[in-house]
Design a protein. Structure first.
Length: 70
């Protein structure tokens, strides 16, 4: 799954991948920075982190590309 956020003409994306059974990676592609990878070993843990990350981005002024309010 891929999410795309925008702010000040820049784009930040993150995606969730399952490279191995029972392993979940969040890969964060941020402008001007190297990609970051966060690894989890349960679907619940990666889901919690994805929700936390989305809230953090919104609090920092990023908006979700598919947000109909934009």
């Amino acid at each position: 799954m891929l999410w795309s956020f925008h702010r000040d003409g820049k784009q930040l994306t993150y995606e969730i991948r399952t490279p191995e059974k029972d392993t979940f990676d969040i890969i964060i592609h941020e402008p001007g920075r190297e990609d970051r990878i966060e690894r989890f070993h349960s679907a619940a843990a990666v889901d919690d982190r994805a929700r936390e990350l989305q809230q953090q981005l919104v609090n920092d002024g990023w908006w979700l590309a598919s947000d109909p309010r934009r």
